[in-house]
Ligand binder design. Structure first.
Ligand code: ISL
Ligand code: CA
Length: 539
């Protein structure tokens, strides 16, 4: 039987911003339980739950201080068990987001390490160095050196993210055993699997300047499989920033016994200047987008598996980014259709299904995310204009994705009865779940339909993919499987354009303009996107 996660669509929840249930302005687990029927209606089969473990929240939960207890703000272990069980009743599995590359500096292991305990020092990466000279020049992804000096030890420790996120030493077998135990703990609780944060970094060799894709990465993943995953149907989604269609099979081919799928970002880098940082903006080139997404469809071997997504908690809102806020329904549905008709497992990020957009800010004081704050301070120190810095942050900053979920037109969007931890987007009256559910033409129902189509049509899972040669701003491809052929076509522009179908239409499957397609020569309206099955050559 086919793996359940190949046919499923996943939904990512950022718990802090999803639903508050106890009037403290912070999303929580009982809030998620309350919203399960909504997710059932959408049709998803799995929830990627961003971290809910105990954490001092320097990086909003991606700095874990105890992997086997729940952050009190989010609820209790009992709430967590209830969430797992209530979801299971609706045939929805909970996927835990494990951050095993690093811990919080408040984890007991790190506290002991700092106190000089030898065993726990070897859980992390400590290196000799003098106060003025770090062991080498490796930089943290969040700015500054990746080495932090500890005067009491006269040593540096290594952190690829914030200094409050010390990297674990995966070369220590005791660390790996701790990781397997954490995974076993959650397996026992009945979760559906794991999303593995920055997993490609665990084989790092800092002294040789190797960060991603280190020599022991795959052996460690095979060890994980052997110790935790073997014989189960747990899904594992590996966050792998630098994977390519050629290296993805190393992670995901079943005979490798590693992970279920990769989660890769090649398309997400297309609006930054190559070789520079995410903050160095350039306009999206649609030809490049088509090339990158198509390459993953055609070059990934049949037995390997990729995920499909436009957004997550680290990315700006896709409707603001590559859609068109002047045509929210049309462009939102276009984006949804184009990605959901591809091969792979789709992920919807909370609010994407109702067309939530970026929230622009006017002042640095409105920021929450440490990545943006560090970037701002760094650039100000370099003498850059504050206005320009804010343009980058408003376009790419992670806070855009983290504003509270908009459930209704109530004062705080039905997210909470009190002022939320982070402000709700000002457009809440227009964009909210209640309005979307009332409107049969809303983006929500297109996502619902796409999920249904995936459940019912193997062509979406297995069909071969061919990109059609078209005008730059038309994104058209076919899928073929067992005598069946589907055409997916989107007008990626706000202008009307001509398009000629390669063959006659057998049946209209989906259209964001509710049209039925008969003619071969079409005039597509702004963002018009459709799926049709085509008449076979011999018919
Ligand atoms: O967010 C990014 C760029 O803005 C990415 O480079 C991100 O840092 C990278 O994808 C790793 O992300 C994951 O690990 C981080 C955490 O901050 C992210 O939220 C998480 O998704 C450290 O744990
Ligand atoms: Ca709460």
């Amino acid at each position: 039987m086919e793996k359940w996660w190949k046919k499923s669509v996943f939904y990512q929840i950022y718990p802090r911003s999803f639903q508050d249930s106890n009037k403290d302005g912070i999303g929580d687990l009982p809030g998620i339980i309350k919203r399960l029927p909504y997710l059932k209606k959408l049709g998803i089969k799995g929830i990627w739950l961003s971290p809910v473990f105990k954490s001092p929240n320097v990086d909003n939960g991606y700095d874990v201080s105890d992997y086997c207890s729940i952050m009190p703000e989010f609820g209790t272990m009992r709430d967590m068990e209830q969430l797992i069980n209530e979801a299971k009743k609706l045939n929805i599995r909970i996927i835990m987001d494990l951050v095993l590359n690093h811990t919080s500096n408040e984890h007991i292991w790190f506290k002991k390490a700092l106190a000089g305990d030898k065993k726990y020092k070897n859980y992390y990466i400590f290196k000799d160095g003098s106060k003025d000279y770090a062991p080498n020049d490796i930089k943290s992804f969040f700015g500054g050196s990746a080495w932090e000096y500890v005067p009491t030890l006269k040593q540096y420790y290594f952190h690829l993210f914030a200094k409050e996120q010390p990297d674990l030493n995966w070369d220590n077998p005791q660390v790996r055993e701790e990781a397997w135990n954490i995974m076993r703990f959650w397996k026992e609780k009945g979760v559906g699997g794991f999303r593995l944060d920055v997993i490609e970094l665990i084989g790092k060799v800092p002294e040789d300047l190797i960060i991603g894709d280190g020599p022991m990465l795959h052996p460690y993943l095979q060890e994980m499989h052997e110790n935790v995953l073997k014989g189960t149907d747990l899904v594992t989604i590996g966050e792998t920033g630098s994977v390519t269609p050629l290296t993805a099979p190393l992670y995901t081919s079943p005979n490798r016994q590693e992970l279920s799928m990769v989660f890769q970002f090649q398309h997400m880098a297309l609006d930054e200047i190559a070789g520079k940082s995410k903050w160095d903006l350039k306009d999206l080139n649609i030809t490049e987008l088509k090339t990158v997404l198509s390459k993953w469809q055609t070059d990934l071997p049949m037995d390997a598996w990729n995920s499909l997504f436009w957004s997550n908690h680290d990315q700006p809102r896709i409707l603001s980014r590559w859609g068109d806020e002047d045509y929210p329904e049309q462009s939102g549905k276009m984006l949804a259709i184009l990605i959901h008709m591809m091969r792979g497992t789709p992920f919807i990020y909370q609010g994407e299904e109702i067309g939530m957009v970026n929230q622009n800010i006017d002042d640095v004081s409105e920021l929450n995310d440490l990545e943006s704050i560090n970037f701002y301070n760094e650039q100000v120190a370099l003498g850059k204009s504050k206005k320009d810095i804010l343009v980058s942050i408003n376009t790419k900053g992670r806070d855009n994705a983290r504003t509270p979920m908009q459930w209704s037109e109530d004062k705080f969007a039905g997210f909470s009865d009190v002022k939320p931890w982070y402000p709700v987007n000002k457009n809440l009256k227009k964009i909210n779940v209640a309005a979307a559910l009332k409107d049969p033409n809303s983006i929500f129902y297109t996502y619902q339909k796409l999920i249904q189509l995936r459940n019912e049509n193997n062509i979406i899972l297995y069909g071969t993919y061919t990109l059609l040669h078209t005008e730059e701003t038309i994104f058209a491809y076919t899928r073929e499987y067992n005598e069946e052929e589907w055409l997916v076509c989107g007008n990626f522009s706000n202008k009307s354009q001509k398009f000629v179908l390669p063959k006659a239409v057998k049946k209209t499957i989906l259209s964001n303009y509710n049209k039925i397609y008969n003619d071969k020569l079409l005039t597509l309206e702004p963002y018009e996107t459709f799926v049709v099955s085509l008449v076979a050559n011999k018919e």
